[in-house]
Design a protein. Structure first.
Length: 242
């Protein structure tokens, strides 16, 4: 197994802690409405505002990824494999979901090889119509995706419910904040797929280091249908969010 001198980190900064929400006391929560002309609370962002914020963040992350040097991406791919293989959830797993990374994503090639060497079965997605995912085992060469995404497996398909075989879901993301809110590519494939996983299956998103955001400073815009993740793994650390 590949190892390097990096460690899995818990949330160390109290500003990033999500374990114990602050309780507002009755003294702090005044029921006095104040003067009639006092300004009210700002309006909550509407669906169009959230969609626009998502689009802006996606554009920024994609631009940053496109400027990342090839040598840096390759080094990060090996480091990411080391970080993932150190996780106890991976070491105890018999089967995980993964994906064949696209050019500017954190590379998953070394991780696929490491998981296979460890005897861990890998399920890869196959993109279907209407924003759905099928699944098949990672066995042998991959073929170009018919629709979106990286390469796809050619073995027997397991159906949409195939994700239920996984002990751990390793999924892509553009950004994740410290409350577990994940920004995907925008088609909603994983938002539809993850509810079919076994209850309690951990979901870990894979991103570059600069794509893990402090929710108190720059929260990832989210809608009710967006599925949160349990942890985010980067080439240099793992941050558990639950």
């Amino acid at each position: 197994m590949m190892t390097r001198n990096h460690t899995t980190e818990p949330v160390a900064d109290p500003a990033l802690s999500i374990d114990t929400p602050r309780v507002v006391t009755a003294t702090e929560l005044s029921l006095d409405p104040g003067p009639k002309d006092a300004p009210g609370p700002p309006d909550s962002p509407g669906p169009q505002d959230v969609a626009a914020a998502k689009a802006a963040l996606r554009a920024r992350v994609r631009a940053e990824r496109s400027r990342r040097p090839v040598a840096e991406r390759e080094a990060d791919a090996w480091a990411l494999a080391d970080r993932v293989m150190e996780l106890p959830e991976v070491q105890s797993a018999r089967c995980v979901t993964l994906y064949d990374s696209m050019t500017n994503e954190p590379g998953t090639g070394p991780l696929r090889a490491a998981l296979t060497s460890a005897g861990i079965r890998i399920l890869l997605p196959i993109v279907l119509a209407r924003g759905l995912l099928d699944w098949a085992r990672d066995e042998g060469p991959l073929v170009p995706a018919a629709r979106l995404g990286g390469g796809e497996p050619t073995g027997p398909r397991l159906g949409r419910a195939g994700i239920g075989q996984a002990d751990l879901a390793l999924i892509p993301a553009l950004a994740v904040d410290t409350l577990g809110r994940r920004l995907g590519q925008g088609a909603g494939y994983y938002d539809r797929a993850l509810p079919l996983a076994r209850p309690g299956t951990p979901v870990f998103a894979l991103v570059f280091d600069g794509e893990m955001l402090d929710a108190a400073v720059e929260p990832v815009p989210a809608e009710p249908h967006d599925r949160r993740v349990d942890a985010v793994v980067t080439p240099r650390r793992c941050l558990r969010l639950t």
